[in-house]
Design a protein around this ligand. Structure first.
Ligand SMILES: Nc1nc(=O)c2c([nH]1)NC[C@@H]1CN(c3ccc(C(=O)N[C@@H](CCC(=O)O)C(=O)O)cc3)C=[N+]21
Length: 315
């Protein structure tokens, strides 16, 4: 902002504008996918085509959209994709039998079972049945333990994507994450907890906030880095953010959109994050948008994990 030549002349205008840099997750994911594509091509010359199996149980429309996007990107990268869409009444035993077949299939290097599963299926039984070497989600206990210990493991895709965005953002400013205070809002197994392990490995001081935390906004205001992963639309307001902090918004919330707001003029839904973007972008140093932030990075990291798994299995 101090690069502005005539600050006095534009003061009123800049007050109304977002001051934060908007972190472009689409561009970052395109760069990562380009790297993955090149490496898939070189692995293919050795006769190995990385294969990703995606298993979806039930007909949840949002899940179907993610699965379709994953398949599209998988093929674009030159990988093989194996799609298994099972009815919502599928028995746990049938799903476990499918996982066992995928574990034994040498053409399948990565297995993703889309969560959440229907209530009658025990999620951990399924996750623990996946061969840890093929667990590209990083949800198996073996990989969770390795991550906590700082060992080389397949790490969950969304937190890995957040780390890439953070590293790029600080690298652009000529720095790194070491010694910075990171506040994570949320303690889920798929985002909050692995995020803490990754930030710690990057030498951050890590604070984890959750639904029982006292004075969360006050604690969050001490953060250089904020990672919001709660699943509550627009929960994080400007009063949670220290000026200049880097804000990563993991939330993907579908909320009703009135007909007037909709580009098509029809009442529909729109995606918003856990962070109130309009308010926070006036105070943060950098912020990810929703959509176009963390989401695309998740898919790119899934394919990067699949490449890693394929390399290890064919070494
Ligand atoms: N075993 C498992 N692993 C997962 O990684 C997993 C899962 N289950 N269950 C569901 C969630 C959700 N998820 C998303 C990935 C990409 C976008 C994404 O690319 N979103 C786009 C927009 C998509 C849209 O417009 O709907 C964006 O944020 O720009 C979103 C959501 C992975 N998940």
């Amino acid at each position: 902002m101090n690069t502005q030549a005539t600050p006095t002349a534009i003061a009123d205008e800049t007050l109304a504008q977002p001051t934060a840099a908007v972190i472009d997750g689409k561009a970052a994911s395109a760069r990562l996918l380009e790297e993955v594509t090149a490496e898939v091509a070189s692995l293919a010359q050795q006769g190995v085509i990385p294969g990703l199996a995606v298993v979806l149980v039930g007909e949840d429309p949002a899940s179907q959209v993610y699965v379709r996007n994953k398949l599209k990107r998988t093929v674009e990268c030159g990988m093989q994709s194996f799609e298994h869409i099972l009815p919502s009444e599928t028995r746990e035993a049938e799903l476990l039998a499918l996982v066992a077949r995928l574990n034994a299939d040498a053409d399948v290097h990565g297995i993703l079972v889309q969560l959440p599963l229907p209530a009658h299926i025990q999620e951990d039984a399924v996750l623990e049945a996946i061969d840890p070497a093929k667990d590209v989600d990083g949800f198996h206990r073996m990989n969770v333990g390795a991550l906590v210990q700082g060992a080389d493991a397949l790490a969950p895709c969304t937190p890995t994507g957040c780390m890439r965005l953070l590293r790029d953002t600080f690298a652009e400013r000529g720095g790194d994450l070491s010694g910075l205070h990171a506040v994570i809002i949320g303690r889920s197994n798929i985002v909050g907890k692995p995020m803490a392990s990754l930030l710690l490995a990057a030498n951050c001081s890590v604070t984890q906030l959750h639904s029982r935390s006292q004075n969360p906004a006050e604690l969050c205001r001490q953060a250089d880095i904020v990672v919001a992963a709660v699943g509550r639309p627009n929960m994080i307001g400007a009063d949670w953010i220290k000026p200049g902090a880097v804000v990563i918004d993991v939330g993907i919330n579908r909320i009703a959109q009135s007909a007037e707001q909709s580009p098509t003029g029809k009442a529909r839904t729109r995606l918003v994050g856990d962070v109130n973007f309009a308010a926070v972008s006036k105070i943060a140093g950098a912020i990810t948008p929703v959509p176009g932030g963390v989401g695309p990075m998740t898919i790119a990291c899934l394919l990067a994990n699949t490449l890693t798994a394929a390399r290890r299995q064919s070494a």
